[in-house]
Design a protein around this ligand. Structure first.
Ligand code: PRT
Ligand code: ZN
Length: 296
């Protein structure tokens, strides 16, 4: 691979794959996805996509087999240790806001749990031995870690562990196995990672371009374009009510000097309560619209 090209590793199939593909498509990176191929090339960029198992992504980025990767924070920390640590060879450059879940300790409903000291001497089943060991060590708890790779939630009922440490999102899996969440060890989401080490100029430029596009999409997602008509003398009061607004555009309305149109970008969602307050302040014909991209 030439150092003008950049490789991004994403999960081939699983909970993160579709969201990763959507993000890349929205960022204008179009690939021919073929699951029978390890690498696909973007149609008009020097970007290559590697479709792999999520567990391999931290190691690939560490060894620069790929220079970017999208992976759950849980997998990153399990494979390479704490992500806020400057010694970690892989650096998080964006949190992506999807694939949210938490790595938690969960106990059988009948088991008493009053704080982490209750874990002393217990057997804990998990697929995340490194994160769990670090947590136990930091809290000076001596417990036995039982490593299993799948169906961790059944471990207490078949008698191989007293409690578990596993990923939770809705909590339905715990509930159906008679378990309850006791403590959260890690809040996770998909993250975009790169090697901490500097890359070639061409690769750094392409990363910067991709980040600008991702930022534009993320900013747009949390913003709204709002338009309304208002009495000229209510403009100041109304502009104060629009959440996170910069300077609005004020336009005259044909054949009514006392009224203007206000157009503004609100950097937060515009809730019904705000719209009701705008109306009370004299605004009418209020339109709130989604924004696709914001480029500063
Ligand atoms: O094949 P490959 O190794 O690539 O995939 P995988 O099977 O290891 O991973 P996959 O696709 O299951 O998950 C990929 C990533 O999605 C995880 O590493 C997390 O970062 C993220 N994620 C988000 C989740 C969940 N939510 C989640 N709920 N990963 C797993 N779960 C499982 C959890 O292990 C438990 O069994 O879902 C169950 C709990 O869900 P609830 O909703 O019942 O609480
Ligand atoms: Zn995996």
């Amino acid at each position: 691979m030439s150092d003008r090209n950049l490789r991004l590793a994403i999960q081939k199939s699983g909970r993160l794959s579709e969201k990763c593909r959507d993000l890349l498509a929205q960022a204008g990176m179009n690939f021919e996805f073929r699951t029978d191929r390890l690498i696909s090339r973007a149609r008009d960029q020097a970007l290559e996509l590697m479709l792999v198992r999520d567990d391999d992504i931290p190691g690939f980025v560490k060894n620069q087999v790929s220079q970017l990767g999208i992976v759950g924070l849980n997998v990153l920390e399990e494979k390479l240790g704490p992500s806020h640590n400057g010694d970690n060879p892989v650096e998080i450059i964006r949190r992506l806001g999807f694939g949210r879940c938490r790595l938690s300790l969960a106990v059988p409903k009948a088991m008493a749990f009053d704080g982490i000291s209750s874990l002393s001497g217990k057997r804990i089943a998990t697929s995340y031995p490194r994160i769990l060991q670090n947590y136990l060590k930091a809290n000076e708890i001596s417990a036995k870690v039982v490593e299993i790779t799948g169906s961790v939630e059944v471990a207490p009922s078949i008698g191989i562990a007293d409690l578990i440490c596993d990923l939770v999102s809705t909590g339905a899996t715990l509930e159906s196995n008679g378990l309850r969440e006791a403590t959260v060890l890690l809040e996770s989401e998909a993250v975009l990672v790169r090697p901490r080490q500097e890359l070639s100029r061409a690769q750094e430029d392409l990363i910067e371009k991709l980040l600008a596009r991702i930022d534009g999409l993320q900013k747009a997602k949390s913003s709204k374009y709002i338009m309304m008509n208002a009495p000229r003398d209510a403009v100041y009061r109304i502009s104060q009510l629009i959440p996170g607004m910069e300077r609005p555009t004020i336009l005259p309305l044909m054949s009514d000097d006392s009224m203007v149109a206000i157009h503004a970008v609100a950097s937060e969602d515009v809730f019904w309560e705000t719209i009701e307050k705008l109306k009370e302040a004299g605004a009418s014909s209020i339109l709130v619209m989604p924004i696709e991209k914001i480029i500063a």
